[in-house]
Design a protein around this ligand. Structure first.
Ligand code: 2RA
Length: 331
């Protein structure tokens, strides 16, 4: 099995390498790809040095699987070229997510949708992944009617320069500028670009991707996404209305028995999920479970996950593991 990691020097690419190492992902060859200015530089993986290569060179080496975390433009141009040669591309960008011919996969929810002919598989947006992982088992039991979500998203979701901007501001240095406003000691209700309907692209990702992954176009979803000066992960306040009523103890039990979800819900002892403690973890943490007392069949919860892990790298590696386990790759 020949594996390529495209965008190997970025925050997500670096996390992909960590996850591959931790999970002892089985490959015979590893090709690391980054922008032309990084070609020839070395990256160490499990004590071995790998030289960074260019896209064309690695495309011609025909890896069995390529995990792309290099932005939408690179994916739009190069994923089809890799796929044409027979490589399965697992793509972290938003380029292919809403393409009706492409699967949008969270393996625990809809891994079964992946078929041998799917050569480009889309990894959902980070804020969507953690939300749907918590909602999917509740949707299966009580059927979702409407979701209202507000996010508190880590600067790591923007990339290295955004982390630098926050750190520079904290140190009083006039340095990196990624956001249109200061981010430290601030909250920006602005993630990705604004659309004609007044929502940001990030907000519409949460609407459209949720419906596609859960396979139900009738679920109402509305979202406000906010960047906050945190690093460990994204947090979400989710208000979920169901068609049927639920028992809170049963909700807790369902979530506690959901693969990839950890319930941290003991408010009397100040136990609830926090981004500081989700950093480097693969699970999605759920807490503050309570009834919305303003209307029937409605649940409030607080969901936190490391956006670079389950929100990106871990989910992508899990897709690669799924296609290996189910022999959907000719390696
Ligand atoms: C963010 N959702 O946090 C993005 C990263 N894919 O900005």
């Amino acid at each position: 099995m020949k594996l390529a990691v495209v965008g190997a020097t970025g925050l997500v690419g670096q996390e992909v390498l960590k996850v591959l190492e931790e999970r002892n992902f089985p490959f015979t060859d590893l090709y690391l790809v980054a922008s032309p200015k990084s070609v020839g530089q070395k990256i160490s993986y499990k004590g071995k040095e790998y030289s960074i290569k260019g896209l064309e060179e690695v495309c011609n080496l025909i890896p069995d699987v390529a995990i792309f975390s290099a932005g939408g433009g690179t994916s739009l141009e190069w994923a089809p070229k890799f796929a044409e040669k027979g490589t399965i591309v697992i793509d972290n960008s938003s380029a292919w997510r809403m393409d009706p011919t492409k699967k949008l996969v969270v393996p625990e929810i809809n891994g079964k949708e992946i078929k041998e002919e799917n050569k480009i598989i889309a990894n959902p947006n980070c804020s969507t992944i953690q939300m749907v992982l918590a909602l999917a088992p509740l949707h299966a039991r009580y059927k979702l009617k409407r979701v209202v979500v507000s996010t508190y998203q880590s600067v790591t979701g923007t990339g290295k320069d955004a982390v630098q901007q926050m750190m520079d501001e904290r140190a009083g240095i006039n340095g990196a500028k990624v956001y249109p406003h200061p981010i430290d000691m601030n909250a920006l209700p602005h993630i990705d670009v604004f659309q004609d309907n007044g929502y940001t692209k990030e907000e519409m990702k949460m609407v459209n991707e949720t419906r596609k992954i859960l396979g139900d176009e009738n679920i109402g979803v509305t979202s406000t996404t906010v960047r906050v000066p945190t690093i460990g992960g994204h947090s979400e306040a989710i208000n979920a209305e169901f068609y049927t009523d639920f028992d809170l103890a049963e909700v807790k039990n369902i979530l506690s028995n959901t693969a990839g979800v950890i319930v941290q819900d003991d408010p009397k002892n100040n136990i609830y999920p926090m981004p500081l403690y989700s950093k480097g973890k693969d699970e999605v943490f759920v807490g503050r479970l309570r009834r919305d007392e303003s209307q029937p069949n409605t649940l409030n919860m607080w969901v936190v996950a490391d956006n670079l892990r389950k929100g990106a790298a871990t989910n992508a590696v899990q897709i690669a593991e799924y296609i290996l386990e189910h022999r959907l790759v000719n390696a």
